[in-house]
Design a binder for this molecule. Structure first.
Ligand code: C2E
Ligand code: MG
Ligand code: MG
Length: 360
């Protein structure tokens, strides 16, 4: 790393010109021991007095701008903006708050019912984590899962979710729903952890949940990070008796070749295809193809994000029986989900059947 000082700067826009010239100059090859080496640079620019009144602040802000240049794919320059520091500071604050939250278990698991349309019943629930943030209230995973992944905090967090979800569903099984399944999302980091199989086995033993009622959801991209190792791990998990779903299917790297070899049971059609399935011919074709692919490979198929009766009708007509989405219910806190399940059991009796499935 180098600091370049431009003490004689006429106008502040000249700093950008100099940065551009430096990048150009570095593009030329460097002759080295009979070979030619190429380097690029990422440059961050901070200007006195606007971006800092002392050397330390200027260097810190130039550094933030340089990181931004690296994020933008390197080989470019970025001028410092206050927002850069704000976002870096925010990320750090989020990380330390998340660390405390994981230690203190300030999370909740919500459950989204999954319906088997033909049998007209709830066959399972998907566990979806929420963070009970002291100031900001209940936070959705999109606000923190990314940071949890990068920092590795997803490993203890995910394990906690697994335990909480299995224990809860075991309890519901005892309340008249003996076959209820639970889907738990497993991140790439968890899947790659050396002890993932032992941990799943331990949780099943501790909670008393029979393995055939646990479904682990992994995404295509996490499976593809290290396909050979993933295949081996999934085989071991399946040997425990649990089932495996590919989540968000269709938006990652779907190597059909690996799909054939991955020991999975279910494809979950990503909600981006379901959203416009009744209005967009391409999405309709993709959803139809995924359903057909699943059937050919003898896999179960679940549609995510079903919000309307029209979507339900389309998917059902193509042979997709299992669905989850706001049409039936969003993710619910445990007590509300318990009430939903109870109502559903009630509705199973021929008299009150239509009350929980608006699409029926
Ligand atoms: P996902 O596993 O694909 O979960 C489905 C997401 O779609 C959930 O968002 C759910 O609330 C939302 N959803 C369900 N039905 C509908 C619908 O009809 N319309 C729309 N627009 N959305 C619907 P959520 O709860 O915000 O979770 C987002 C993602 O965060 C999950 O996507 C999953 O990838 C991740 N996630 C959640 N909990 C965990 C966890 O415990 N561990 C890990 N590793 N990831 C998790
Ligand atoms: Mg999922
Ligand atoms: Mg999904």
């Amino acid at each position: 790393e180098f600091i370049v000082l431009l003490p004689e700067l006429g106008r502040s826009s000249d700093a950008a010109k100099v940065a551009g010239k430096m990048l150009e100059a570095l593009k030329l090859p460097f002759p080295f021991e009979g070979r030619e080496l190429y380097v690029t640079a990422s440059v961050g620019v901070a200007i006195y007095p606007h971006d800092g009144g002392d050397a330390e602040t200027l260097a810190k802000n130039a550094d933030a701008a340089m990181y931004r240049a690296k994020e933008q794919g390197r080989d470019n320059y970025q001028l410092y903006t206050a927002a850069m520091n704000a976002s870096a500071v925010e990320r750090l604050a989020l990380e330390s708050a998340l660390r405390k939250a994981v230690a203190g278990r300030h999370f909740e698991v919500h459950f989204q019912p999954q319906l088997d349309f033909r049998a007209d019943r709830v066959y399972g629930v998907e566990a979806l984590v929420r963070w009970r943030h002291p100031e900001r209230g209940l936070l959705a995973p999109s606000e923190f899962i990314g940071v949890a992944e990068v920092t590795g905090l997803i490993v203890p967090l995910g394990l906690w979710v697994l335990e909480a979800a299995c224990a809860q569903v075991k309890e519901w099984q005892g309340q008249g729903q003996p076959e209820l399944k639970v889907g738990v999302n497993l991140s790439a980091r968890q899947l790659q952890a050396a002890d993932v199989v032992e941990q799943v086995q331990r949780v099943l033993r501790d909670t008393g949940l029979a393995p055939q009622f646990l479904d682990l959801e992994i995404t295509e991209s996490s499976a593809m990070q290290n396909p050979e190792a993933t295949i081996a791990t999934l085989r071991e998990l399946k040997a425990l008796g649990v089932s495996i779903s590919i989540d968000d299917f269709g938006i990652g790297y779907s190597s059909l070749n690996y799909l054939k070899r991955l020991p999975v049971d279910t494809l979950k059609i990503d909600q981006t295809f379901v959203r416009d399935v009744t209005t967009d011919a391409d999405d309709a074709a993709i959803a139809t193809a995924i359903i057909a692919l699943a059937h050919t490979l003898k896999l179960t198929v679940v549609a995510e994000g079903v919000e309307s009766r029209e979507q339900l009708a389309f998917l059902a007509s193509r042979g997709c029986q299992r669905m989850q989405g706001h049409l039936f219910s969003g993710p619910l806190p445990a007590e509300a989900c318990e009430a939903f399940l109870a109502r559903q059991r009630q509705a199973d009796r021929p008299t009150g059947r239509s009350e929980t499935i608006p699409g029926d």
